[in-house]
Write a protein that binds this ligand. Structure first.
Ligand SMILES: [Zn+2]
Length: 257
């Protein structure tokens, strides 16, 4: 079985003490690739260096961008820097970028500016994007219609079925993670059963948003099989077929080998 964690912050300080061991256990759990999205410019160099240390599986693939939750740490000059770094390095996506309307202190105009500038970088580089969207799907979808990109992933998707289909029409796939493993996620589970299989990719968002079996602990990419198992059970699908399908989808949308 080959699995891809399409959203994992393995560069986070939470993994400083045992990053190599986590990577090794993830490989043993069937993961062949991890996509590591950036949150802000000061982290880019470290993230690229981590992904360049390709000594064993799973392979690590970088995405670079400016996360909307870290708005006050971004500078206008970061956009030109992003353009330069993306031209000089192999990255699989621009991310994670988007709009977060849950945290009220985050200036929406400024978020929108940064989001659009980064979509422009993705457009000129021909790269997909990794989206962080909370209570802002309609605004994000409207922006994507105005500034279309080659596609990408709406990470930790939690919108409606209708919004899901709008993302699919724009070339996006939808990321499902640990939230799915909680019995109480009834709305999310229903959504995950209503989508066509080719709409779905798997993710952990480690070290955040852990799976039910490890509630209260640090999340880890090695728990991705829990997400697969839940998804297979609620969709009444064969786990091996679902693994093959979601991995093929992740490879296609992010052009991974
Ligand atoms: Zn994230």
């Amino acid at each position: 079985m080959e699995l891809i964690d399409t959203h994992c912050h393995l560069d986070a300080p939470e993994f400083d003490n045992d990053r190599a061991a986590v990577r090794q256990r993830s490989g043993a759990a069937g993961l062949v690739a991890l996509v590591i999205p950036a949150i802000y410019a000061p982290g880019w160099a470290n993230l690229l260096a981590l992904c360049a240390s390709q000594m064993n599986e799973p392979m690590l693939y970088p995405a670079l961008g400016l996360h909307p939750l870290y708005l006050d740490q971004h500078h206008d000059t970061d956009i030109a820097a992003l353009e330069r770094v993306v031209a000089d390095h192999r990255v699989v996506a621009i991310g994670e970028i988007g709009l977060d309307f849950v945290v009220r202190e985050l200036d929406r105009t400024r978020q929108q500016q940064l989001f659009e500038s980064q979509l422009q970088v993705a457009r000129s580089a021909g790269l997909p994007v990794l989206l962080h969207v909370r209570k802002a799907h309609d605004a994000v979808l409207a922006t994507l219609r105005r500034l279309p990109v080659v596609g990408g992933i709406a990470h930790a998707f939690n919108g409606s079925l209708q919004q899901a289909h709008q993302y699919l029409d724009l070339g996006f796939r939808l990321g499902f993670g640990g939230m799915l493993t909680f019995e109480r996620s009834t709305r999310l589970r229903r959504l995950a059963t209503q989508l066509p299989p080719e709409a779905i990719v798997l993710e952990t968002d480690a070290p955040d948003l852990t799976v039910a079996a490890h509630q209260g602990e640090r999340n880890s990419p090695e728990y991705l099989p829990d997400v697969l198992a839940t998804l297979a059970r609620i969709r009444d699908a064969d786990p091996f077929d679902l693994a093959a399908q979601t991995t093929a989808t992740a490879r296609a949308v992010l052009k991974l080998p």
